[in-house]
Design a binder for this molecule. Structure first.
Ligand SMILES: Cc1cc2nc3c(=O)[nH]c(=O)nc-3n(C[C@H](O)[C@H](O)[C@H](O)COP(=O)(O)OP(=O)(O)OC[C@H]3O[C@@H](n4cnc5c(N)ncnc54)[C@H](O)[C@@H]3O)c2cc1C
Length: 419
C-alpha cells in the first residue's frame, strides 16, 4: 500500500463525513477524508452556528463512537416539547418522563459538533484529513476506485476500495456516479438566530406552525434558545435585514408570550429549503450518506439524525466485512447498507415532508383537521408515544452503534433503536 492508497475515501468532512470517520476510528481501516473547506475555517459550511436537535438515538450513536463525552457539557437536554398551531385551537405536549427517558433529545451548535468530531478523529493515525481539497473525478477499475482530487499541492490521484459521498445536497459524487434524485422546493427559507427569552425555557422546545411556515424554538443554553423560523422565499431577506428590535417584535407576535418577552437576538442567517432523495443509496463501489443521500426540511429536526443513522449502519457493515477478511467495497456490503437504510429514509422523509405540507396549508377544512389531529395526539397517549419513539429514533431491533455499543463491543440481541 502506498501513501495514496486507502481503504475508504470519504468526500466531504462535514457532520456526516466526519461522523463516519469517527465511527470507524478503531476499526483499523485507512481512511482519507477529502474536504474542500478546512474544519477550523469560519467559512466551514457544515460547522456553523445553527442549533442541531439531536434525537435520543443520535446521543446513543455518539456514545458508541466515543464523541458523546465531548458533547455532554455543551448539549442542552430537551425534556418537553410543545407543538401548537398559531390561530388554531390544537396543541400537543410531549414529555421525556412519560416515555421514561431523562431527555427526548439534545440541542448542540453544529460548530460544537464539528469540534467534538475533529477532536475524536484528529489523533487517529489511520485517518488522514486531506484539506483543502476537492473532488475532480473518479473511475472504478476492478476492485479499486481511482479518485482525482485538486489539493493545495496540485492534482493528486488516490485509490480506495470504497468511495463515500458525504458531500452534501449538491453532491458531486452522486452526480458523477449517475445516481438520480427526486427533488422539490418548498418555496420556503429558514431564518435562524440565537435568542434570549425573558423566561427560562426549563428544557422546553416549541414547535409552532404559523401562516408564514413553522417556527421552532429549541433550548440551546440554560438562558438562550435556537430559533428556526420559516418564511416564504420572497420574505426571508427582509426578515433577516430587520434591526434587532423589529425582528424581536415580529418574533413576539408570531410566537406569543410562553417564554415571556424576548430580550436579545444574535446574527441572522438564512437557508433556502428543499426536499431531496437519492433514488439509490449505493452504486458500484460508491455509497452515499447524509445530505448527499437525502436533504429534509428542518421542521422536525430529523436531517442530521437520519444521516447519523446512515453512518451507524454503513460503519457496521464495513466493520463486519473487515473482520471476516472480506472486501469492504464489495456489492454485498453496499447492497446490505442500501437495503437496511431504505425503510428509515422512507418513514423519516415521508413524515417530515407531510408535516410541512399539512402545516403550511391555510385551506380551512385542512386547518381544522390538523388542529383535531393535534388534540387527538395530545389526548391519546398511545398515538403520542408512537410519534415520540419515531422522532427520538427509538424502538425495534438495531445495529450496534444505534444502541450505544462500540463496533468492537459485545452485541446485545435486543435493541431500542430503529435502523
Ligand atoms: C436551518 C437548518 C436547521 C437544521 N436543524 C437540524 C436539526 O435540528 N436536527 C437535524 O438532525 N438536522 C438539522 N438540519 C440538517 C443538518 O444541518 C444537515 O442534515 C447536516 O448538516 C448535513 O450534513 P452533511 O455532512 O451530510 O452535509 P453538509 O453539511 O452539506 O456537508 C458537506 C461537506 O462536504 C464538503 N464538500 C462538498 N463538495 C465537496 C467536494 N466536491 N470536494 C470536497 N468537499 C466537498 C463541504 O465543504 C461540506 O463540508 C438543519 C438544517 C438546516 C438548514
Amino acid at each position: 500500500m502506498t501513501r495514496d492508497d486507502y481503504d475508504i475515501l470519504v468526500v466531504g468532512g462535514g457532520l456526516a463525513g466526519a461522523s463516519l470517520a469517527a465511527a470507524l476510528a478503531d476499526s483499523d481501516v485507512r481512511i482519507g477524508l477529502i474536504e474542500a473547506v478546512p474544519p477550523d475555517a469560519s467559512s466551514q459550511p457544515s460547522y456553523d452556528d445553527r442549533g442541531i436537535a439531536l434525537a435520543y438515538g443520535s446521543r446513543q450513536i455518539f456514545a458508541g463512537i466515543g464523541v458523546w463525552p465531548r458533547l455532554e457539557s455543551v448539549a442542552e437536554p430537551i425534556r418537553r416539547i410543545h407543538v401548537s398551531d398559531r390561530g388554531g385551537f390544537g396543541a400537543m405536549r410531549m414529555s421525556s418522563r412519560e416515555v421514561g427517558y431523562d431527555a427526548l433529545g439534545y440541542v448542540a451548535l453544529a460548530r460544537d459538533l464539528g469540534h467534538a468530531l475533529m477532536e475524536r478523529i484528529g489523533p487517529v493515525p489511520t485517518i488522514e484529513i486531506i484539506t483543502p481539497a476537492s473532488l475532480a473525478g473518479f473511475s472504478e477499475a476492478g476492485d479499486n476506485v481511482q479518485v482525482d482530487i485538486e489539493a493545495a499541492d496540485g492534482r493528486r490521484t488516490l485509490s480506495c476500495r470504497l468511495l463515500v459521498g458525504a458531500d452534501g445536497m449538491n453532491s458531486e459524487v452522486r452526480r458523477m456516479v449517475g445516481i438520480e434524485i427526486e427533488r422539490h422546493g418548498y418555496g420556503q427559507t429558514a431564518v435562524i438566530a440565537n435568542v434570549t427569552p425573558g423566561l427560562r425555557h426549563d428544557g422546553r422546545a416549541f414547535e409552532r406552525f404559523t401562516p408564514t411556515g413553522p417556527l421552532a424554538l429549541l433550548p440551546l443554553t440554560p438562558d438562550s434558545c435556537s430559533l428556526v423560523w420559516t418564511h416564504p422565499d420572497h420574505e426571508a431577506d427582509s426578515v433577516v435585514a430587520l434591526d434587532d428590535g423589529a425582528f424581536l417584535e415580529r418574533l413576539q407576535e408570531a410566537f406569543g408570550y410562553r417564554l415571556g418577552r424576548f430580550q436579545r437576538v444574535g446574527a441572522r442567517q438564512s437557508y433556502p429549503l428543499s426536499f431531496l432523495r437519492a433514488r439509490q443509496y449505493a452504486r458500484g463501489r460508491v455509497a452515499l450518506i447524509g445530505n448527499a443521500a437525502h436533504t429534509l426540511h428542518p421542521v422536525a429536526g430529523q436531517g442530521f439524525n437520519l444521516g447519523l443513522r446512515d453512518v451507524a449502519v454503513l460503519a457496521e457493515q464495513v466493520d463486519r466485512a473487515r473482520r471476516k477478511g472480506e472486501d469492504i467495497g464489495a456489492p454485498a456490503v453496499l447492497d446490505a447498507y442500501a437495503r437496511l437504510r431504505k425503510g428509515d429514509l422512507a418513514r423519516t422523509g415521508g413524515l417530515t415532508d407531510s408535516l410541512v405540507r399539512i402545516f403550511s396549508n391555510s385551506y380551512a377544512p385542512l386547518s381544522v383537521a390538523r388542529d383535531l389531529g393535534l388534540i387527538g395526539m395530545d389526548l391519546c397517549s398511545a398515538l403520542r408515544h408512537g410519534f415520540m419513539h419515531r422522532t427520538m429514533g427509538l424502538g425495534g431491533e438495531a445495529p450496534k452503534l444505534l444502541r450505544g455499543v462500540p463496533l468492537n463491543g459485545a452485541s446485545r440481541r435486543k435493541g431500542h433503536v430503529v435502523a
